[in-house]
Design a protein around this ligand. Structure first.
Ligand code: PHE
Length: 439
């Protein structure tokens, strides 16, 4: 018998999967680089009209197929080659997890350093770029932290759906929510916090004319929800068949979005209160914020909480990324979950070596002028996830058939169902393709 989530356990694991580095580290720096509020509006539209329909589609396909991504797409569409989209997800997961674990490893290092005091040695607002750059240029240390995060992930995923992934999410998710709310409340109480609110919520209308803002926002919607890589398809294969798919998807999407906005409320008011330019790029969380914490009253505790939040949120996302290839390998090689998880984790670690060493050993290697880590990010957010998302949308709209899709999603005979189906069949693929080709 295939394992099954409990109802609340699935929702927690689903939000845990969606909410991660994407909501805190990536959301804040991409919003910072793309003008804040205008970006936020386009991002929200992309989440509602492209993201939510895709999460529903992945859950519907997964709960109907009740198998790994490749097998499910093969059974559900015996004609055509849709299973290739499943294969893309399995291979993609190695690269995503490899890349993701590098930054998750940085977060873990900072968390431990904040707790044991070593992170606070520089003591100055501007001293953290040397600290960070010194760390990421080392030949082995980043790899060690990355391996530690992958090992933790493997231990939990090997424990299974209910006793592993669900149990840890049940513990971590409420804690992470409390931390992010507490940090936002503190940040909002600082003098000068309003400028951060302005930045996030009052749009600079000229930003809407810049195509790069649309690409950034749609890429962020895919990354933050984690769609297009069969993650929800795989988690959905363990869903209780009586649990509502549209309700679950809505709760997960809402939870992910609220977490991103709350993280923005924790970061931007503080950034503006200290008079710092928000467009710092990927270093925002690792250079700017530790500098800020080192200057705040109670900053050591706040910093420890922040990096604990970052590492914990990353971990609950890593479970779901690893589950995709693990489920596939366990079936394909007819081996135990333990063995499959170990193998998938090992391959992911290898895929993550180039970006982990991209600032030291492989510093000279660049792709289109970008370091290896940024190249991985670009390829994942702007190529891999949108391509996977378009394939899932096309499969649902064209390969699966309307009545089967509506029935699987629990949306038969409803207006909402027709809109959902139409948006997957036409709107999503056309909008995403147009924007990315135009770019
Ligand atoms: N959605 C998660 C995050 O925002 C993790 C993830 C990213 C999953 C990209 C898949 C792809 O951090």
């Amino acid at each position: 018998m295939r394992e099954q989530w409990t109802r609340s356990g699935f929702l927690l694991a689903g939000i845990g999967s969606a909410a991660g580095l994407g909501n805190i580290w990536r959301f804040s720096y991409v919003a910072g680089e793309n003008g804040g509020a205008a970006f936020l509006i386009i991002y929200l539209l992309a989440v509602i009209f492209i993201g939510l329909p895709l999460v529903i589609a992945e859950l519907a396909i997964g709960s109907k197929g009740r198998d790994d991504a490749v097998a499910t797409l093969r059974h559900e569409a015996p004609t055509g080659h849709w299973y290739i989209a499943g294969g893309l997800s399995v291979v993609g997961a190695f690269f995503i997890l490899g890349f993701y674990s590098v930054i998750a490893g940085w977060a873990l290092k900072y968390f431990i350093g904040a707790a044991d005091g070593s992170l606070w040695a520089p003591q100055q607002l501007n001293a953290y770029s040397a600290y960070f750059e010194g760390f990421i240029a080392k030949p082995f240390e980043p790899l060690g932290w990355q391996l530690l995060m992958i090992t933790l992930t493997t231990a939990v995923v090997a424990g299974g759906i209910r006793n592993g992934i669900e149990a840890v999410n049940r513990l971590l998710m409420p804690l992470l929510c409390l931390i992010v709310i507490g940090l936002a409340a503190y940040s909002l109480s600082l003098d000068g916090a309003e400028k951060g609110l302005d930045f996030l919520f009052s749009p600079d209308w000229s930003a809407f004319t810049r195509p790069s803002v649309y690409i950034a926002a749609i890429g962020q919607a895919f990354f933050s929800l984690g769609i297009g890589m069969a993650i929800f398809l795989t988690y959905g294969s363990y869903l209780d068949p009586k649990q509502s798919i549209t309700k679950s998807a809505s709760i997960i999407v809402l939870g992910d979005t609220l977490l991103a906005i709350t993280a923005g409320l924790a970061i931007f008011p503080a950034v503006f209160a200290f008079g710092i330019d928000p467009a710092q790029g990927p270093e925002l969380a690792f250079i700017t914020l530790p500098g800020l914490f080192s200057q705040m009253p109670g900053g050591r505790l706040l910093g420890t909480l922040f990096f604990g939040l970052l590492a914990g949120a990353a971990l609950t996302s890593m479970f779901s990324i690893l589950e995709v290839p693990s489920a596939y390998l366990a079936r394909r090689l007819s081996c135990s979950r333990r063995k499959a998880t170990l193998l998938a984790a090992g391959l992911s670690f290898i895929a993550g070596i180039p970006p982990a060493l991209g600032f030291g050993v492989f510093e000279q290697m660049t792709i289109g002028g970008q370091n290896l880590l940024d190249s991985y990010d670009d390829a994942i957010s702007h190529v891999l996830l949108p391509t996977g998302g378009i394939l899932i949308a096309l499969f649902t709209g064209w390969g699966w058939g309307k009545s089967r899709a509506l029935e699987a999603a629990g949306l038969s005979n409803s207006q909402l169902g027709s809109f959902w189906f139409f948006s997957l069949k036409y709107i999503g693929p056309v909008v995403v393709l147009t924007i990315f080709i135009a770019a």
